[in-house]
Design a protein around this ligand. Structure first.
Ligand code: FBP
Length: 707
C-alpha cells in the first residue's frame, strides 16, 4: 500500500514546546467544555412539596402488600412500615423544627453498576441537608459497600457536588458490587457507621442493593441508625407496585438515559445500514434479565427486529400442540421458544427483507434473552447450583480449582457419572452432560462463568449474539442452497441491465423469476440457485446464447440476486451507563435525593425513596417512602432460596409491548421503499424536542387511561 503525507504545517521540538506553552492550546484541549459547564450549573426543577422548608411523613394506608412470612420473620422491625407520603408542613412545632434541623451525618454509597443520575441523588441529599442545617455532613463511602465495610470514605463538599451535578457515571465516590451479606460484614459496617457517627445511610442501588438496605436497616434498628434505599439501575427492573397493582415507582433511575443513548447509537447504525446496504448490524443491549431496555430502544429507534425475552418465553407453537392433540397427547416442548426455533424466526425476517432488495438491517438482542430460552435457562439454574454448592463446601472456589474449560467439563462428567450411581443426585445427569457437550466451547465457557457476589449470572459477558447468529448463519446457508434466501432485483434495474445487453426482458422474465411480471422486486426462481442451475434452466427453455452460454446480462442479474450475509456486532451497555443523564433522569434523581433527606429528617428507616406518578408527567410527581421489606419474596440464589426484592420483567400484556408487537411488521419493513427508522437525536440537557419521559412509561400510561 502506498501512502503519502499531505503537505502542511510541521513542527519541530522547539516549535512544539512553544505551541504547548500557548494559552490557546490549553483552551482548545481543555477538559472544561462549555456545554458541560452549563450542565453543571443546571438546577433541576423540584416537586412543589420541596419548595416548603419542612416536610412531614403522612402514612398512606391505601397501599397494601402481601408480606412473605420469611420477610416477617427476618425483618420484624421494618416489615409493617407503611407507605409514607411527603407533605409540606407550613406550621411546624418548635420540637419538629428542632428535630428537622438537628445536626446530622448522612452516609451515601453507590452499589452495583453505574446509572446516569446517581450524582444528582447525592446533590439532592447534600443541598437539602445544607438547607436544613449548614452543620450537616454528608460522607460518601468509596467503591461501593466495601467502603462501608472497610471504613473508606470521603467528606462530600460543595465543590465536589457542583463538579458532579447532572454528570454521568459514579465517579465522585465510585461503586462496587460487594454484598453486606454475612454477620461479620454487617458487624464491620455497623462499627464503621457507629464510629463515624452516621445517623443515616443511603444505599443507591438495584434490587439486590435495596435488599441489602432492608437487612442493614433491620440490623441497625436498635442502634437507631437509619438505612434507606434509592432505586437505581439502567435495567429498569425495579418497578414498585402494591398488592392491588397500584404503581408506586414506575421506573428506576438511569433507565431513560441508557435507553436513549443506546437508541441514538442504534439509530445511527440504522442510517449506516440503509446507506451502505451490505450489513446486518447485530446489537446486543444491556439488561441483565428483563428486556425493558430493548423494548424502549425499539420504541425509540424502530430497528427492523427486536427480540424481547419475555415474549419468547411466552411463545406457544400452536402447530405442535395441534399435532399432539391429533395423536391424543400433549407436547410440552411446544411451550417456550428454543434457540433453533428463534434462529428460524430471525432467518424468516431476513429472507423476507432480502426479497424486496434489503439484504441489510438492524437486530436488537437483549443481553438477558437466554434467560427466557428454556433449554438454556435450565443450564443456568443447574450450573448456578453446582457452582454455589462447590464454593460453599470448599475452601477454594470452583474457578480456582478448575481454571481450564476441559477441567470444568471433566468435573461435570464426574457429576453425571455420580447421578448414574446415586439416583437421589439429580442436579446434573448424563443427558444434561450430553446436551452441554453439544454446544460450542465459547458458549460453554460463558455458561460456566463466575457468578457475582449476589449469585447473578454474568449475562453481559456471554456472547449471546454469537450463539444466536451462529445458528442464523447456518440456517441461512441452508436456505440459500434451497433457493429460498435471495435478493429481490428491482424490476427497473433488471430491465436496464437486459436492455444494455440487448436482451428482451419480457422474454427472459418468466424464465428467470417466480413473480414476473407484476412485482416491483423480482425473485429468481427457487430452482435457480447456482450458475449451473441457471444454465440448466436457460438451456431447457432454449434461452442460452449462440455459444451455448448464459448471456452476460442474465449472469449479472443472477449475481445481483445472490445474497452474502454480512454482519457487524455491537454491544451497547457500558457506554449508556456512562452517559450524562437526560433531563428526565437529572430531575428524577435530584428529587429522589430531596426525598431521601425528608425521610431521614423524619426518622424513617427500611424504606426506599421513590417518586410516584413518573408516568403522568412532572406536574403529578409525588415523593414517597416505600417500605422495602414487604416487597421481598423468596428466590433461588446461589442454589438456595433467599429473600430478595422481586425484579420486574416486561409484561407482554402491557400497552408498550403490545404497541411494539403491533408495529413489528411495519418496522421489519419487508416491503419496497424506505425503512421507517426513527432517530431520537442526541441527549441534550435543554430537552428541546425530546420526550419528557421514557416512551415505555408514556405509552403504558396512555394505555391504562383507555381501559
Ligand atoms: P445493576 O443491576 O447493578 O444496576 O447493574 C446492571 C448492569 O448494568 C446490567 O445491565 C449488566 O448485566 C451488568 O450490570 C453488568 O455488570 P458488570 O458491571 O459487573 O459487568
Amino acid at each position: 500500500m502506498s501512502t503519502k503525507t499531505t503537505p502542511g504545517p510541521k513542527v519541530d521540538n522547539e516549535g512544539l514546546e512553544k505551541l504547548l506553552a500557548t494559552k490557546k492550546i490549553r483552551e482548545l484541549t481543555s477538559t472544561s467544555i462549555p456545554s458541560m459547564e452549563q450542565r453543571r450549573k443546571m438546577i433541576p426543577p423540584t416537586c412543589p412539596v420541596f419548595t416548603s422548608p419542612y416536610h412531614r411523613l403522612v402514612p398512606d394506608h391505601r397501599y397494601r402488600f402481601e408480606k412473605d412470612p420469611e420477610a416477617r420473620d427476618k425483618l420484624p422491625d421494618i416489615i409493617d412500615m407503611p407507605v409514607y407520603a411527603i407533605a409540606a408542613d407550613f406550621e411546624p412545632s418548635e420540637e419538629f423544627v428542632a428535630g428537622w434541623a438537628k445536626p446530622r451525618t448522612i452516609g451515601v454509597v453507590f452499589s452495583g453498576g453505574p446509572a446516569p443520575g446517581g450524582h444528582n441523588v447525592i446533590a439532592g441529599i447534600f443541598d437539602a441537608a445544607q438547607k436544613a442545617n449548614p452543620q450537616n455532613r454528608v460522607i460518601g463511602f468509596l467503591l461501593g459497600p466495601d467502603g462501608v465495610i472497610e471504613n473508606e470514605y470521603k467528606e462530600i463538599t460543595q465543590e465536589m457536588v457542583d463538579e458532579y451535578r447532572n454528570m454521568g457515571g459514579f465517579g465522585m465516590i465510585k461503586t462496587g458490587r460487594t454484598k453486606i451479606d454475612t454477620k461479620e460484614k454487617m458487624e464491620r459496617a455497623r462499627k464503621t457507621l457507629k464510629n463515624l457517627g452516621v445517623d443515616a445511610l443511603v444505599i443507591i442501588g438495584g434490587d439486590d442493593s435495596n435488599t441489602n438496605a432492608a437487612f442493614l436497616a433491620q440490623h441497625l434498628f436498635e442502634e437507631g441508625i437509619q438505612v434507606l434505599g434509592v432505586p437505581k439501575t439502567i435495567d429498569g427492573d425495579i418497578q414498585v407496585r402494591d398488592a392491588d397493582g397500584n404503581v408506586l415507582c414506575a421506573m428506576s433511575f438511569g433507565f431513560h438515559t441508557a435507553a436513549r443513548s443506546f437508541a441514538r447509537a442504534i439509530s445511527n447504525l440504522c442510517t449506516d445500514a440503509s446507506s451502505d446496504v451490505k450489513y446486518w448490524h447485530i446489537c446486543k443491549v444491556m439488561g441483565r434479565v428483563a428486556s425493558h431496555l430493548a423494548l424502549e430502544v425499539a420504541l425509540q429507534a424502530h430497528p427492523n427486529i427486536t427480540l424481547i425475552g419475555e415474549d419468547l418465553a411466552d411463545y406457544v407453537d400452536e402447530s405442535r400442540i395441534q399435532a399432539a392433540e391429533r395423536e391424543g397427547t400433549v407436547d410440552y416442548t411446544a411451550f417456550g421458544m428454543t434457540l433453533r426455533h428463534l434462529s428460524r424466526v430471525i432467518c424468516d425476517a431476513i429472507v423476507r427483507r432480502a426479497a424486496v432488495g434489503k439484504n441489510y438491517g438492524v437486530i436488537v438482542i437483549p443481553e438477558g434473552v437466554l434467560e427466557f430460552i428454556n433449554e438454556i435457562q435450565v443450564f443456568i439454574i443447574k450450573l448456578n447450583t453446582i457452582l454455589a454448592e462447590y464454593n460453599q463446601t470448599h475452601d477454594t472456589t470452583f474457578h480456582e480449582d478448575f481454571p481450564l474449560l476441559e477441567d470444568k467439563l471433566e468435573y461435570l462428567r464426574r457429576l453425571a457419572r455420580r447421578s448414574r450411581e446415586d439416583k437421589t443426585f439429580t442436579v446434573w445427569n448424563t443427558r444434561d452432560d450430553d446436551l452441554f457437550n453439544d454446544i460450542p466451547a465459547f458458549f460453554q465457557e460463558g455458561l460456566l462463568m463466575e457468578r457475582d457476589s449476589h449469585g447473578n449470572f454474568p449475562f453481559s459477558q456471554v456472547e449471546t449474539d454469537k450463539v444466536i447468529m451462529g445458528l442464523v448463519k447456518d440456517y441461512l446457508k441452508f436456505l440459500q442452497e434451497e433457493g429460498v434466501y435471495k435478493i429481490g432485483v428491482e424490476k427497473s434495474s433488471y430491465e436496464k441491465i437486459m436492455a444494455e445487453g440487448d436482451l428482451d426482458p419480457a422474454y427472459y422474465g418468466p424464465i428467470l423469476f417466480e413473480n414476473w411480471p407484476d412485482a416491483e422486486y423480482l425473485l429468481m426462481k427457487k430452482s435457480i440457485m447456482s450458475i449451473k442451475t441457471l444454465t440448466q434452466e436457460l438451456s431447457r427453455e432454449g434461452a442460452l446464447d449462440k455459444s451455448g452460454k448464459v448471456p452476460p446480462a442474465v449472469l449479472s442479474v443472477f449475481k445481483k440476486s445472490q445474497p452474502k450475509f454480512k454482519t457487524q456486532t455491537h454491544f451497547f451497555g457500558y457506554d449508556g451507563r456512562g452517559n450524562d443523564p437526560t433531563h428526565f433522569d437529572c430531575t428524577y434523581t435530584y428529587n429522589l435525593g430531596l426525598t431521601a433527606f425528608s425521610l431521614i429528617a423524619n426518622q424513617a428507616t427500611g424504606v426506599m425513596a421513590v417518586i410516584k406518578n413518573l408516568e403522568k408527567g412532572f406536574d403529578h410527581w409525588e415523593p414517597l417512602g416505600v417500605p422495602i421489606a414487604p416487597l421481598m419474596h423468596l428466590e433461588e440464589r446461589k442454589g438456595k432460596l433467599d429473600l430478595v426484592l422481586e425484579k420486574t420483567v416486561v409484561d407482554v400484556e402491557s400497552p408498550a409491548f403490545q404497541v411494539v408487537k403491533a408495529y413489528r411488521e411495519e418496522w421489519l419493513a419487508a416491503y419496497p421503499g424506505p425503512d421507517p427508522y426513527r432517530n431520537p437525536g442526541a441527549i441534550s440537557l435543554d430537552g428541546q424536542g425530546q420526550e419528557v419521559m421514557p416512551l415505555t412509561l408514556a405509552i403504558n400510561h396512555l394505555g391504562a387511561q383507555m381501559r
